[in-house]
Design a protein around this ligand. Structure first.
Ligand SMILES: [Zn+2]
Length: 61
């Protein structure tokens, strides 16, 4: 394997746990580690949120 060290490296992504709004037409979601509740409600419409996951850029600490 060869990796070139260029400045335009793609941002690394990883499968990240998120909460996704269950309301039709509401696109709201948030990272699981940004929510303080084990079963949060959507901050936009107040609907229940479903545990989901998606590929997101890795957060730098
Ligand atoms: Zn919502």
């Amino acid at each position: 394997m060869y990796y070139s060290k260029k400045s335009a490296e793609p941002t690394p992504e990883e499968q990240t746990s998120i909460w996704s709004c269950l309301s039709d037409g509401c696109e709201c979601w948030m990272r699981d580690n940004f929510s303080f509740d084990s079963n949060p409600n959507c901050p936009i419409c107040g609907s229940e949120m479903l545990a989901d996951s998606r590929m997101l850029p890795v957060l730098k600490k």
